[in-house]
Design a binder for this molecule. Structure first.
Ligand code: NAG
Ligand code: NAG
Ligand code: NAG
Length: 256
């Protein structure tokens, strides 16, 4: 989701430039933070049990890298994203079609700590090179002036450092007994550089041509609270999955 927001920012220089067929640009560094809830403390020292569970979790991460289906990842159509950039008087929606992401699997875990006494997890990882491409469609208005923009967009995200911390609690779930639910999280993303190509740029065209449903707009005014909102939404989705598993599933694996 953040990526789509970046893409929306990418179109800003276009608005000034008018007509062209190709742009190849370095966009430099990007930084995002988001948080939700209150994290349990990062206590020291970690227990023997913590260290052994952390090691097991690390092995699980290695295993993820072996799953072939998630990389490259492609989708015909992505859920449209609403954008609202008050400082540019810009409001609208972004559609992506023929979407492809590659390089997700090549992550390197720099640090993984599980603290079992208060169910806190900390993870740092680096993604050296993610490639994204897709047909990008922006339908927006700047002030009262409508803007329709389509282009083929491809970009490399170079050296993305992601730090995630999460806190969770155990709850009683009707079907599985005890289940794990995330109730706090903080995420920090630092990107060294984004290199992008835009081709087949065209302005105009009618909204009907996309044949896609109109998305609900994010109504939040500032980008910071927008990321917090995205994180909250992500936590809700993860919890909806976690509640299907008994916590024994994790205990059996991590504490064996
Ligand atoms: C952009 O185009 C150039 C020249 O065709 C190519 O070398 C580069 O890899 C492309 N970059 C991306 C992000 O697609
Ligand atoms: C992990 O990320 C946190 C938060 O950005 C940072 O304080 C910590 O030093 C990082 N640890 C490693 C091993 O990179
Ligand atoms: C760009 O447009 C040309 C001509 O319309 C088309 O042949 C080409 O496949 C398009 N490229 C992309 C990457 O969509």
């Amino acid at each position: 989701m953040e990526l789509l927001f970046i893409m929306a920012l990418f179109t800003m220089p276009l608005l000034a430039l008018g007509h062209f067929q190709f742009i190849n640009e370095d966009f430099g560094d990007f930084h995002f933070t988001a948080k939700s809830g209150r994290l349990p403390p990062k206590y020291y020292p970690m227990t023997e049990r913590d260290l052994s569970a952390s090691e097991k979790a690390l092995e699980l991460m290695d295993f993820i890298q072996l799953i072939p289906k998630i990389d490259p990842f492609s989708r015909g159509i992505l859920t449209p994203v609403g954008i609202d950039l008050p400082f540019l008087w810009l409001k609208g929606k972004v559609y992506m079609t023929n979407f492809l992401v590659a390089g997700i699997k090549n992550f390197m875990v720099r640090n993984l700590d599980l603290r079992l006494n208060n169910l806190r997890a900390d993870l740092n990882l680096t993604l050296p090179d993610i490639y994204v491409e897709g047909d990008f469609n922006l339908q927006a208005s700047v002030g009262f002036i409508p803007i329709l923009l389509t282009c083929h967009l491809s970009f490399h995200i170079i050296n993305m450092d992601i730090s995630v911390a999460g806190g969770s609690k155990l709850i009683q779930a009707p079907s599985v007994g005890e289940a794990l639910q995330l109730d706090s999280a903080a995420i920090q993303i630092d990107i060294e550089n984004v290199r992008a190509n835009l081709t087949n740029v065209s302005f105009g065209g009618s909204e009907e041509e996309t044949g896609l449903a109109i998305a609900q707009l994010f109504a939040t005014p500032s980008s910071d609270s927008m990321y917090d909102g995205l994180l909250k939404t992500a936590l809700k989705r993860i919890n909806a999955e976690l509640i299907k598993f008994s916590s024994d599933f994790f205990k059996d694996y991590l504490l064996s």
